[in-house]
Design a protein around this ligand. Structure first.
Ligand code: AMP
Length: 282
């Protein structure tokens, strides 16, 4: 695996790759890698693309300085894991490479309601930061395909919108959520959970699965209430549990087809905030 820290070197290398007719698949991450991240790399490899993974803990998407400071960082382990799955290129820039002073990097993109609901309501400015960094990394890498996880469904929807709005020539691919055997969605933040908290956190996926049954029998508003009650356990603090139309991220109407319904939730487990989601019509 080749490791680049400077975007000029990365570009020089990728230009040669493109000239040779090879397609490039890009997997942006913030590191502290786990099998969820690796599944994205594997999917890009399966599609026979040259895989570029980036590791960059993007300061502009954190609302709290403390969260940025305590975000897990395991670069040596990450490099070993990427080599094991055959990642071709790792891009590990520092902040001034991604946001050079002389380059305007802020995006004036109106995300409409997409960034006002759910995560957007609790983390103001978060998705502006996400859109800004993904746009910047896409400019630097110029991939044919971009691989992102359903785990961050609202993020995926917003990046999809940005790609359409700005006419960026890249194919966005949504990769399924990888879970621990017991059901907890893999997340870099899980590393901050105690063993006891990991067991408590299982209630999140359990509740998502229950909501799939409940939606057959009751209106979505009652399912949301029932789910919030179900998550209100010692050590857990649910922030929201919403059932929305997957295209608009807004509450469903009578005519929203079942397969468009997705349940999304954010729950504090001790001091760690976890998100998860489930399509209700699948
Ligand atoms: P992050 O490092 O948290 O920014 O995540 C980088 C990418 O990995 C994003 O596209 C995430 O949606 C994806 N990802 C994170 N966790 C998982 C998971 N458990 N399963 C599949 N993809 C994931």
């Amino acid at each position: 695996m080749l490791l680049f820290k400077r975007h000029a070197d990365l570009r020089k290398y990728l230009n040669q790759i493109k000239l040779a007719g090879q397609k490039i698949g890009f997997v942006p991450t913030m590191g502290a890698l786990h099998d969820g991240h690796l599944s994205l790399i594997k999917m890009a490899k399966k599609n026979r693309e040259l895989v570029v993974c980036s590791i960059f803990v993007n300061p502009t998407q954190f609302n709290e300085q403390k969260d940025l400071e305590t975000y897990p960082r395991t670069p040596h382990k990450d490099i070993r894991m990427l080599e094991m799955v055959g990642c071709d290129v790792l891009f590990m820039p520092n902040t001034s490479e991604v946001y050079p002073e002389e380059t305007e990097t802020s995006l004036n993109l109106d995300l409409g309601m997409l960034d006002k609901v759910m995560e957007g309501a609790f983390r103001p400015g978060h998705f502006d930061g996400v859109a800004q960094v993904v746009k910047r990394l896409l400019d630097l890498v110029q991939p044919h395909s971009l691989y992102m996880g359903q785990k961050d469904f609202q993020q995926w929807t917003i990046i999809n919108f940005m790609i359409q709005e700005l006419g960026i020539p890249v194919q966005l691919i949504r990769c399924p959520i990888i879970r621990e055997p017991e059901g907890l969605a893999m997340s870099s933040r899980n590393a901050r959970l105690s063993e006891e908290e990991k067991i408590k956190a299982l209630a999140i996926f359990e509740t998502l699965k229950l909501s799939k049954d409940w939606i057959q029998k009751m209106p979505y508003q009652d399912v949301e209430k029932e789910a919030m009650k179900n998550l209100n356990l010692p050590g857990l603090k649910p922030e929201y549990f919403k059932i929305v139309n997957k295209n608009t991220l807004l509450p469903p109407s009578e005519s929203t087809p079942f397969e468009n319904l997705i349940a999304c939730t954010a729950v504090w487990v001790g001091r760690v905030r976890l998100i998860d989601n489930l399509f209700l019509g699948e």
